[in-house]
Design a protein around this ligand. Structure first.
Ligand SMILES: *[C@@H]1O[C@H](CO)[C@@H](O)[C@H](O)[C@H]1NC(C)=O
Ligand SMILES: *[C@@H]1O[C@H](CO)[C@@H](O)[C@H](O)[C@H]1NC(C)=O
Ligand SMILES: *[C@@H]1O[C@H](CO)[C@@H](O)[C@H](O)[C@H]1NC(C)=O
Ligand SMILES: *[C@@H]1O[C@H](CO)[C@@H](O)[C@H](O)[C@H]1NC(C)=O
Ligand SMILES: *[C@@H]1O[C@H](CO)[C@@H](O)[C@H](O)[C@H]1NC(C)=O
Ligand SMILES: *[C@@H]1O[C@H](CO)[C@@H](O)[C@H](O)[C@H]1NC(C)=O
Ligand SMILES: *[C@@H]1O[C@H](CO)[C@@H](O)[C@H](O)[C@H]1NC(C)=O
Ligand SMILES: *[C@@H]1O[C@H](CO)[C@@H](O)[C@H](O)[C@H]1NC(C)=O
Ligand SMILES: *[C@@H]1O[C@H](CO)[C@@H](O)[C@H](O)[C@H]1NC(C)=O
Ligand SMILES: *[C@@H]1O[C@H](CO)[C@@H](O)[C@H](O)[C@H]1NC(C)=O
Length: 761
């Protein structure tokens, strides 16, 4: 993904570098070195006049004044009185000037004309004849010429050389050196500022073709001997009586150059930065030099400029970088694994490599930062997760998860039925993160979601809103009780989650709603008498089981029609064990805070606070009454004016008006005995005093009998007689059969009529 980007950047950089490499040297070359002081003419004709030379006052250093004579074309640059300057060389501190040729000519009889042109430059203080560049040169066939001069220290000097022609022919010795055959040369000492020529002998034995002898101090490498120079007046005429001679010049101040190649304040003529002095090789004084790595005019303040050494390509691969006063072949000189390949010899330019390096570095840093970012984000997430986990654990502990875990582990039931402790994660998955669309019930204290667990079991998940320790306690209570109960008619608790603040409970999902709903809410009640009887039997079985059969007796405490759920086949399932209590079987009763639902609440329990199994029996009686009448226990309706269903039911029973109050849907001559029997049972259950009510077991047995007879009844040939029914009723103990109503001391009934508030669920 990032690769094309890298490539694009790379080529962009390459192009940029190439462009710079082309542009930069040109811009450097464009600036010229200064040669003279500002405002001074630096040329005379085509001859450059570098400082310290100059033609105008203020343009030269003392002794270096020249004259530019414009009357000639091209103009002539004159040193002193008569020396025409041909060239001035700053680096070597030399000046080439025009010299005259000395000659000595004969005809067959006599000396015709001669000239002994001595030169005296003693008046020109900075100048001396260069003893390195000049030689005293004599041209002729029978010639002996002397040079005599004067050195700066006034010592006189005389020397000379002889030239013969001998076997020299016109064709030999072309371009040769002056070795005494037609021409001879001799060196001169340094410090010479004046010389004279004199002729020892110059007799012309070959005057026919060589009438003249010539002698002059001249630039040595300028002159190549040719035989032509001996013929006639050729040499003289061809050179127009002029040969170049090299003068050494210097700053003739004594003892001021202490160290060469060093910037020094003792050599004031060397004005430029990066300049130093050198002792002159000829005479006294010093000359100025640009320091190594610089070139230009050291006598000018900004004369020495850095040499761009790289233009000479001193480095093998062109990786040269010019530095101030030097250069570096900056390419690292490492050799590759085989020891042969010099990395520098590769054609890849150094700068491009640096740029690539930088780009790579950039990307590396970029990736690094990105990586760091991800690591940090991950770390934060991890911390968050850990925090959440700790919170979950905290809730888990707070919700007595440990206790529960232990009780689950120790519970003896088979593992398939065993309740599980579920993770929050699993429940979130089951309910699509508690999707509102999955809410199947909503109550004052929370929601019930439908969900599917990972093992495909459909569950109803109860999620409470209230964060109240009592509430949590109820949850835990329910979990504990349900975990110990396994009954066909008790809603199964599949699992619970303790990782939230309020525990979440996952029940077996019961599809068909509550009994309350079927009886009182739905427009057309689909519950036939047979259904209702079966529901009564199954509910009674469940409650009876809870009271006696479970390992510890469980009081439901909140039996009501809305806590009896129905599945598709109207099988009853008792639910909501939030307020239930488990008590030892032999315990006759415990005193607790009153909890339950008005309308179903045992008045005795309400008045005394003593909780017994009979309280559940009472509540069950109310359900029986509901099943018979299809009336709500509390809400006033058409038949009973403001009173409760129970009072109404009782009075109807007392006045033998049962069939007036029954649900018209179940009134049927066929079921008459069953209806009466159930009504009778309800009345017994609803007795004020607990001890006068039958136990749940007895209620269950009675209902079982009725149910069985109902089952048999469906066959037309086995009709049940009221006699037979009476026989079966004999199973019950006597004292239940007679109602012994006693009024309670507290005004429970009254309160029921006036108060419609719940003091607890
Ligand atoms: C100056 O011009 C003359 C003739 O035009 C030429 O011979 C000579 O070499 C030139 N000198 C320089 C330094 O260019
Ligand atoms: C230039 O040269 C001519 C001819 O030799 C001479 O007459 C004249 O004075 C010179 N001019 C200067 C300014 O020296
Ligand atoms: C150069 O200057 C000196 C004195 O400063 C003077 O005597 C001489 O004539 C000058 N030479 C020329 C060519 O102007
Ligand atoms: C000075 O002379 C040296 C040697 O002859 C030569 O290499 C150099 O280019 C000359 N410099 C100038 C400025 O003429
Ligand atoms: C040689 O030169 C001298 C002086 O100029 C002259 O008198 C003489 O005649 C010349 N000889 C010949 C042969 O021309
Ligand atoms: C010397 O004299 C001869 C004949 O008179 C003449 O041709 C020649 O140019 C003269 N040489 C010089 C150097 O003046
Ligand atoms: C050389 O001789 C000249 C004239 O006699 C004199 O003025 C000068 O001081 C002498 N120089 C030295 C270095 O002796
Ligand atoms: C002299 O000869 C040498 C080699 O033979 C040549 O390089 C040089 O240019 C010649 N010099 C002149 C002034 O003709
Ligand atoms: C120049 O000469 C002086 C005197 O002869 C000497 O002291 C000095 O060291 C020399 N300087 C150099 C750079 O050779
Ligand atoms: C330039 O650099 C080279 C190698 O780095 C070194 O040998 C040389 O002395 C340097 N020259 C100057 C003038 O610093």
């Amino acid at each position: 993904m990032a690769l094309p980007l890298i490539k694009a950047q790379f080529f962009l950089y390459l192009a940029l570098i190439k462009y710079l490499m082309i542009i930069l040297p040109n811009t450097v070359a464009a600036s010229e070195f200064p040669t003279s002081l500002p405002g001074c003419p630096n040329k005379c004709g085509n001859i450059t006049i570098p400082y310290p030379f100059g033609t105008l006052p203020g343009c030269y250093r003392d002794g270096f004044n020249l004259t530019c004579n414009d009357s000639f074309t091209p103009p002539k640059l004159i040193l002193g009185k008569r020396f025409e300057v041909l060239e001035i060389n700053i680096t070597y501190a030399e000046a080439r000037v025009r010299n005259f040729i000395g000659y000595d000519c004969y005809n067959e009889t006599a000396n015709v004309n001669s000239s002994n042109p001595g030169i005296n430059i003693g008046a020109l203080k900075p100048f001396l004849f260069s003893h390195r560049r000049n030689k005293f040169t004599v041209i002729g066939c029978y010639t002996f010429a002397f040079i005599s001069g004067n050195q700066q220290d006034n010592t006189s000097y005389t020397s000379g050389c002889v030239s013969f022609c001998g076997s020299l022919t016109r064709t030999t010795g072309e371009g040769g050196s002056c070795n005494g055959l037609g021409c001879c040369q001799t060196t001169v000492p340094g410090g010479l500022n004046y010389y004279d020529v004199s002729w020892g002998f110059s007799e012309n034995k070959a005057w026919l073709y060589n009438p003249c002898s010539y002698a002059a101090l001249m630039q040595e490498d300028w002159y190549n001997f040719t035989v032509q120079d001996l013929v006639g007046y050729g040499f003289y005429e061809r050179n127009k009586n002029s040969v170049p001679i090299v003068l050494d010049w210097a700053i003739r101040e004594k003892g001021t150059c202490l160290e060469s190649h060093v910037e020094s304040s003792f050599s004031p003529a060397c004005q430029s930065k990066h300049s130093g002095c050198d002792n002159t090789t000829n005479g006294e004084g010093y000359i100025c030099k640009c320091l190594p790595g610089y070139e230009g005019n050291p006598y000018l303040s900004d004369g020495c400029r850095d040499i761009d050494e790289c233009q000479k390509h001193p480095c093998k691969d062109g990786s040269c970088i010019n530095t101030e006063g030097n250069y570096t072949c900056a390419c690292p000189k490492y050799t590759k694994g085989d020891g042969k390949t010099d990395y520098c010899t590769q054609k890849f330019p150094y700068l491009a490599r640096v740029a690539t390096c930088l780009i790579m570095l950039g990307f590396a840093i970029g990736f690094g930062i990105l990586l760091l970012y991800f690591l940090i984000v991950k770390r934060i997430k991890l911390l968050e997760k850990r925090k959440q986990k700790m919170l979950k654990r905290k809730f888990f502990v707070q919700n007595r998860g440990l206790l529960l875990e232990q009780s689950l582990i120790s519970s003896p039931e088979d593992t398939t039925q065993k309740m599980r402790i579920l993770g929050l994660h699993e429940l979130e998955k089951a309910t699509n993160k508690f999707d509102n669309a999955l809410i199947i019930g909503r109550g004052g204290h929370g929601e019930v979601y439908k969900g599917i667990l990972s093992d495909q079991r459909v569950v109803a998940i109860k999620k409470s809103k209230i964060v109240d320790q009592d509430e949590i306690d109820q949850f835990i209570n329910e979990v504990v009780i349900l975990s110990q109960v396994n009954h066909r008619n008790v809603v199964k608790l599949y699992g619970c989650c303790l990782e939230t603040e309020v525990p979440l409970l996952a029940y077996e999902f019961i599809s068909n709603g509550t009994l309350f709903n079927h009886l009182h809410v739905e427009e057309h009640c689909s519950l036939t008498w047979k259904h209702r009887l079966r529901i009564a039997v199954e509910a009674a079985r469940a409650i009876s089981y809870l009271h006696s059969s479970a390992s510890i007796s469980v009081l439901h405490r909140d039996i009501k029609s809305s806590n009896i759920l129905l599945d598709d086949y109207f099988t009853a399932k008792v639910s909501d064990f939030g307020t239930s209590r488990s008590v030892q079987i032999d315990q006759t009763g415990i005193t607790t805070a009153i909890q339950g639902t008005i309308g179903y609440l045992d008045p005795e329990y309400y008045c005394t606070g003593r909780l017994t199994q009979k309280s559940d029996v009472y509540s069950f009686g109310v359900i029986l009454a509901e099943l018979l009448t299809r009336e709500r226990p509390l809400l006033s309706s058409r038949k009973f004016e403001g009173g409760s269903l129970i009072a109404y039911f009782r009075s109807a029973m007392n006045e033998s008006r049962l069939f007036e109050i029954l649900d018209p849907l179940v009134v049927n001559e066929e079921h008459k005995t069953e209806l009466e029997a159930v009504a009778k049972l309800a009345e017994m259950c609803l007795r004020m005093k607990g001890e006068e009510r039958p136990t749940m077991k007895e209620v269950e047995i009675r209902l079982e009998v009725l149910w069985r007879s109902n089952q048999e009844h469906k066959h037309p040939w086995t009709s049940i007689t009221s006699q037979g029914l009476e026989e079966r009723q004999l199973i019950l103990p006597d004292h239940y059969t007679t109602a012994n109503e006693t009024t309670l001391q507290c005004s429970f009934e009254l309160e029921l009529q006036t108060s419609s508030s719940y003091f607890s669920t």
